[in-house]
Design a protein around this ligand. Structure first.
Ligand SMILES: Cc1cc2nc3c(=O)[nH]c(=O)nc-3n(C[C@H](O)[C@H](O)[C@H](O)COP(=O)(O)OP(=O)(O)OC[C@H]3O[C@@H](n4cnc5c(N)ncnc54)[C@H](O)[C@@H]3O)c2cc1C
Length: 337
C-alpha cells in the first residue's frame, strides 16, 4: 500500500477515481509498473450470475446493485427533447444507465468489442496534435491488450501472428465470437443466417470464395473500410465476461502490496444502490487522501468532474497540476451509448 509520509499517513503514488474502462486498466498498469495506487470506486464487487454469464447482459444492466441511473438530454432544445418518446417527464431526461460496481460500465456492458475506424484515430491525432493517437500507434495498443480466441471466419486459414490481421494473442482481454456452427442446431436460425449471408454478398458484391461472416477486428478489414456481414466480437473468454474488473483483480493478485481499492466515502455505495437519480457525481470522502501532487482522473467524463477535483474546489489551488484541461469535460451531458 502507500508509504507513510512525515505525518504517518499513507501516501500513494497515484490516486485513480473510477474503475471502469478508463480507470481500471490505468490503475492495473500503474500497479504492475511498481507504483502504489489507490483506486477509489463508488460501487463494490457485486457478484451474480448476470455479471458473469454473457447472455444475461441485459439483466446485468438492470441490476440495482451494479447500476447507476442517469437521465440525459439528447437535445439542448427543451421542445425537441420532450418530443422524444423515451423522455421521462418526472426525471426530465432519457434513462442512461451506467455501471456502478468494480469494473464500471464494463461490468454491465454488452461486451461488444469492435475496433474503431482508422479515420476516428486520425481525427483524434489531428485534434490533439499527438501522433500517439495515430492508427498505427493505436493498433499496437490493441494488439497488446487483445487475446484473440476466435473462432476465425475461415477455420481452414486461422489468423496468426504476422499474417497482416494484427490480432493480439497474449493480451489481458480475451476476445472471441460465437461459432456459426452452433446455428446448425436450430434450423430456423440457420435459415436466417443463410439469408443474411446471401443479402450481404449481393449488396457488397462479395465473391463466393470469400468466407463470411467477416472479422471486423482484422486489421485488413478495418483498413479497407470493410462492409458486409460480421459476427460481433465480444470480450468473452472461456464463456465468461471479461473487462476492467478482471484486469484490476489480476494486478492486485500480482502486487497486493501496491493496489488498494476503496470507496470514496462511507455511504456512497448505499446511495448508489437506490437507483439514484443522478446528474452529477457523488461527494468525496471527507477524510484526507494523500497522493503525489498530480491527479489522475479516469472516469467517464460526466462523472469525473465530481470525481476527484471539482468536489474539492479548483485542484490547482491544492497544488494538483492538470496534465491537460478540456472545456468539454463535464459540460456535455448528452452522451450516446
Ligand atoms: C448497458 C451498457 C452497455 C454497454 N455496452 C457496450 C458494448 O457492448 N461495447 C462497448 O464498447 N461499450 C459498451 N458500453 C459503453 C462502455 O461500457 C463505456 O463507454 C465505458 O465503460 C466507459 O468507461 P469509463 O471508465 O469512462 O466509465 P465507466 O466504465 O462507467 O466507469 C466509471 C466508474 O467510476 C465510478 N465512479 C463514478 N463517480 C465516482 C466517484 N465520485 N468516486 C469513485 N468512483 C466513482 C463508477 O461507479 C464506475 O465504476 C455500454 C455501456 C452500458 C451502460
Amino acid at each position: 500500500m502507500g508509504s507513510p509520509d512525515l505525518n504517518g499517513q499513507a501516501t500513494h503514488d497515484f490516486i485513480v477515481v473510477g474503475s471502469g474502462a478508463g480507470g481500471g486498466p490505468l490503475a492495473a498498469n500503474l500497479t504492475e509498473a511498481g507504483f502504489s495506487v489507490l483506486l477509489l470506486e463508488a460501487g463494490d464487487e457485486h457478484i451474480c450470475p448476470y455479471y458473469q454469464v454473457p447472455i444475461m447482459q441485459a439483466r446485468a444492466s438492470e441490476d440495482a446493485d451494479m447500476r447507476w441511473d442517469f437521465f440525459v438530454w439528447h437535445y439542448a432544445d427543451r421542445d425537441k427533447r420532450e418530443r422524444d418518446p423515451k423522455y421521462v417527464e418526472k426525471e426530465d431526461g432519457i434513462l442512461y444507465p451506467r455501471g456502478a460496481t468494480l469494473g464500471g460500465s464494463t461490468a454491465i456492458s454488452a461486451m461488444i468489442t469492435l475496433y474503431p475506424s482508422n479515420s476516428d484515430w486520425e481525427y483524434l491525432a489531428s485534434l490533439t496534435g499527438d501522433d500517439d493517437w495515430s492508427p498505427d500507434a493505436m493498433r499496437r495498443r490493441f494488439e497488446r491488450l487483445e487475446s484473440w480466441r476466435g473462432p476465425d471466419p475461415d477455420p481452414a486459414h486461422p489468423t496468426r501472428p504476422g499474417d497482416g490481421s494484427h490480432h493480439g494473442y497474449n493480451g489481458w482481454l480475451p476476445i472471441s465470437r460465437a461459432n456459426p456452427k452452433i446455428a446448425s442446431r436450430e434450423p430456423w436460425f440457420l435459415e436466417i443466417i443463410n439469408a443474411i449471408d446471401a443479402e450481404s454478398r449481393a449488396t457488397y458484391h462479395t465473391p463466393e470464395d470469400v468466407v463470411l461472416p467477416n472479422d471486423p477486428n482484422d486489421s485488413r478489414f478495418v483498413e479497407n473500410r470493410g462492409e458486409g456481414m460480421i459476427l460481433v466480437p465480444v470480450a468473452v473468454g472461456d464463456g465468461n465476461r471479461h473487462g476492467s474488473r478482471e484486469r484490476i483483480l489480476a494486478a492486485q493478485r500480482k502486487r497486493p502490496d501496491k493496489l488498494e481499492i476503496r470507496p470514496p466515502l462511507a455511504g456512497v455505495r448505499s446511495a448508489l444502490r437506490g437507483r439514484s437519480r443522478c446528474r452529477r457525481g457523488l461527494p468525496l470522502r471527507r477524510t484526507p487522501l494523500h497522493g503525489r501532487p498530480e491527479c489522475s482522473r479516469r472516469t467517464w467524463p460526466w462523472l469525473s468532474p465530481e470525481g476527484l477535483c471539482s468536489a474539492r474546489g479548483d485542484p490547482r489551488r491544492r497544488g494538483i497540476q492538470h496534465a491537460s484541461d478540456s472545456d468539454a469535460v463535464g459540460h456535455r451531458p448528452s452522451g450516446r451509448a
